[in-house]
Design a protein around this ligand. Sequence first.
Ligand SMILES: Nc1ncnc2c1ncn2[C@@H]1O[C@H](COP(=O)(O)OP(=O)(O)OP(=O)(O)O)[C@@H](O)[C@H]1O
Ligand SMILES: [Mg+2]
Length: 319
Amino acid sequence: MSHTADVSTDLTGTDATGTGPTGADPTGAGVRDRDELRAGATTAGPSAPAGNTAYTVEFAGVGRTFAAEPVLRDVTLTVAPGEVLAILGTSGCGKSTLLRIAAGLDAPSTGTVRIDGSAVDGIDARCAVGFQEPRLLPWRTVSANVALGLPRGTRRDAGAARVAQLLELVGLSAFAGHRPREISGGMAQRASLARALARNPGVLLLDEPFGALDALTRLKMQDLLLDVHAAAPTTVLLVTHDVDEALQLADRVILLGREDGRAGATIRQEVVVPGRRPRDRGSAELAELRGRLLAGLGIERHGQPRGLPSTSTVPHFPY
Ligand SMILES: Nc1ncnc2c1ncn2[C@@H]1O[C@H](COP(=O)(O)OP(=O)(O)OP(=O)(O)O)[C@@H](O)[C@H]1O
Ligand SMILES: [Mg+2]
C-alpha cells in the first residue's frame, strides 16, 4: 500500500476535470465552470506549491473585451507579497473578471498578469480561488469537497487532519459527512472557503466569500481570514461589495469603475488603509475613507447608502 496516497483523489474519487464519476457536468453550467472547479480545487497540476510563500501579483495594462464590449481597461497594479487587497466596484464592472484573469481562468484581451515574476498562462497552481457561488460537488460530502483543495500528493493522514482542522475553523465539523444539499447556503460558502484555504496558496483570490453569511457569521469569518493570513503567508485579492469589510480586512482598497465617457472599467480610486488590524470600526479616519469610497460608488448622501439604516455597517448589494 502506498504511503503517499493522494488524499485529494482518494477522499473524493473524482476525476481531474471535476466532472464526477459519470463525466456529467455537476453544475450544469458548461466547461467554464468545470475549469473553475479545477481552480478552486487541487487539480491544477502536480506543480502546485507547498504553499509557504506569498507571491507578488502584477497586472500590467490588463483589459478584457467580450464580444466587442470593453469590460476592463488598462488595469495596472502591483500587489505585494502578503498584502491584502480589496477590490470594490459596482455590480457588473468586471471584478470577477479581473480575479478570473489572475487565476488564469480567463485571458486578458490586452496586457499581462504576472505572479512572482512569471506570466499567468492557463489555470495557475499558485492561486486558489473562492468563488462567488460555493460550487461544491453535490455528490461529495462537505469533507470530501474541502479535500479537493489539498495539494496533490498530500498524504492521507496529513490530508484528513488538515481537512478536519479547516472544518473546525469554519465551524463545520458537525457537518463533515453531509452533502451540499443538506447544508445551508452560508455553510456551503464556508465549506468553499475552507476548500480554497486547504492548499495554503501563495495567492488567495476571494470573490465575495462572505456574501451569503449572516452578519455575525460574516464577522467571525472575517476574523478567521485574518487569522489564516497571519498564520500562513499568502497574498489576498478580495472582491467585496462591503466597504466596511474592505476597510477592516485590507491593506489597500481599489475601486474599479468607468471614467466618464470611457468604455471599460479601470482603477478609479486607490486607498491605503491606515492602522493595524483589527481596526477600530468607529475611527474617524476610517469613517472618512468610507465616505470617499461610498462616494466613488455613487452613494453620496452623508456617506450612507440610500434606503439603509444609518447603523448599517454592511451595505449589501445596493450598487
Ligand atoms: N464569459 C463572458 N462572456 C461574455 N460576457 C462576460 C463574460 N464574463 C463576464 N462578462 C460580462 O462582463 C461584465 C463584468 O462581469 P463580472 O462578472 O466581472 O462583474 P462583477 O463586477 O463581478 O459583477 P458582480 O458584482 O455583479 O459580481 C458583465 O457585463 C458580464 O456580463
Ligand atoms: Mg462578480
